[in-house]
Design a binder for this molecule. Sequence first.
Ligand code: SAM
Length: 282
Amino acid sequence: MGGNTKKLIQKYNLKLTKSLGQNFLTDDNVVKKIVDVANVSDNDLVIEIGPGVGSMTTELAKRAKKVIAVEIDKRLIPALQENLCEFSNVDIVNKDIMDVNINELYDKGQYGSIKVVANLPYYITTPIIMKLLEEENDINLMVFMVQKEVAQRMTAAPGKKDYGALSVAVQYYTKPEKAFDVPPHCFVPQPEVDSTVVKLNVNEAPPVQLINRDFFFKVVKAAFGQRRKTLVNALHNFKVLEKTKEEIKEILNQLGIDENARGETLSISQFAQLSNLLFKSS
Ligand code: SAM
């Protein structure tokens, strides 16, 4: 795997592109550990985002029923095909993942679990994760290598400095767990940042009841959009609401939330209660 990645890069004279987040894994132990975290078994469909030249794809193909690898860069496809030539259970899709409808990639009812595994391109990490979380699909588990700071944001608890809109979104849709850190020397070329593998177990049912999900996320965005402001001021500036400060204070009082609280101290269930009350009274 790792040695093979370097050989393929040389053989095909590939100039890796920073703007596409092309840092390829060359450490076989890290590859195996990621696939272990995803607990890939022979009844699984694995969707891999950004297979590169297949550092991880071969290991996924050995263990999964089927692998669908979505790679944007057509220059990499010949090397990827060569690396995967012994496997008949891999489909390569040469597309931007942002343009892919996950539901149209495979036939339903053939797999025990649908898993996404990816060493993500760091320039587009959050949009990819938000797309997979927000669209209607059957994904059960996602295992991502991301920049260490992004992993900290995904897993942060209320009140912590990394807690923000991404934490709320990830924790609304999934139960995130940090798996392990990966240092820069495990990649070619080496990224300038540390990396972390995170596992997101997709919730079968949402952890809180919402009257309107879009409105909930708008309230969350408004609360974190002005981090240094109190919740009362942040929500007062949130034009959709058209509420006076007194009205907002009254709603916070009803929920037992301190009038001087800042958004970053609210749990997901407090955000849910708050957005439900604001929605009902709007
Ligand atoms: N999985 C390989 C590995 O671990 O060695 C490569 C990982 S590299 C960090 C990210 C990969 O994602 C690159 O191959 C890059 O070309 C691809 N990529 C970047 N943007 C993409 C997008 N929007 N859709 C699909 N693939 C993308």
